[in-house]
Design a protein around this ligand. Structure first.
Ligand SMILES: CC(=O)SCCNC(=O)CCNC(=O)[C@H](O)C(C)(C)COP(=O)(O)OP(=O)(O)OC[C@H]1O[C@@H](n2cnc3c(N)ncnc32)[C@H](O)[C@@H]1OP(=O)(O)O
Length: 215
């Protein structure tokens, strides 16, 4: 394993990732963050703004995108690939990940997570503290499963969707790309792309507007 890791983003999520990286065995961990003057990064130095990323590669060849915003994180991951960085995943040692599950690049698997047989975790996804991902789920690139969320078997969470803290997803449901599942929700049917649902059973709250102002 490469023993250095550059963490992109020194916010709450980035700090959790950095902490887990140390426990996992990385020896030198540092941040890039545009708020370098004010950020409270704890034990880890902030080496510069994100704009300096490409110039860091020689000393810091491995990096992980660790900002909470799903689309921004996925874009940063693609920038890492383009610049030729190594893109290891960070798996907290207390996570239980089936040998018959797959975990792609730049994934963060937090403490206490369980991933069961046949699950597929794609690039730059987050499985946050204590989440459970049961058999044959697919968590697509840039998706975020928040702390304590429970996914039954055969659930699909499409690209950049966000499953809120403590929610429960019935077996076989599909969460559309960019959709949001509110905290503590019970999802019993498919959720279309770019919709926010919440409650038990989860129902649509609102539809996000795109850049042109249309839903
Ligand atoms: C380590 C970490 O911290 S990871 C981060 C974990 N955080 C989360 O999981 C948070 C998930 N986010 C939520 O649950 C948010 O409330 C969202 C995204 C569902 C909605 O946020 P907003 O669009 O800002 O909605 P807003 O707060 O204005 O609420 C709109 C309505 O929905 C209701 N509502 C909001 N969230 C929920 C929810 N989780 N369950 C039920 N109802 C909800 C509100 O009560 C409100 O109802 P009202 O109009 O009758 O008053």
């Amino acid at each position: 394993m490469n023993r250095t890791l550059l963490v992109l983003g020194a916010g709450g999520h980035g700090r959790v990732v950095a902490d887990a990286a140390l426990v996992m065995g990385f020896e030198r961990v540092a941040f890039l963050d545009d708020r370098q003057v004010t950020v409270q990064a704890g034990l880890f130095p902030v080496l510069g703004p994100l704009a300096s990323l490409e110039s860091m590669k020689e000393e810091w060849p491995a990096a992980i995108a660790a900002v909470g915003d799903n689309r921004v994180r996925l874009a940063l991951f693609h920038r890492l690939l383009q610049a030729g960085f190594k893109t290891p995943s960070v798996l907290h040692p207390s996570a239980v990940v089936s040998r018959n599950a797959s975990v792609a690049r730049s994934v963060f698997v937090a403490a206490g997570v369980v991933v069961n047989i046949g699950a597929r975790i794609d690039d730059a996804a987050i499985l946050n503290t204590g989440a459970t991902i049961d058999h044959d789920c697919a968590i697509e690139a840039g998706a975020h499963i928040s702390p304590g969320a429970h996914l039954a078997g055969n659930v699909t969470v499409e690209q950049c969707a966000w499953v809120g803290i403590g929610s429960a997803l019935k077996n076989g449901v599909r969460i559309g790309a960019g959709a949001t599942v509110g905290a503590g929700s019970a999802v019993v049917r498919d959720v279309p792309a770019d919709i926010t649902v919440a409650g038990s059973p989860a129902r649509a709250l609102a539809k996000r507007m795109d850049d042109s102002g249309h839903c």
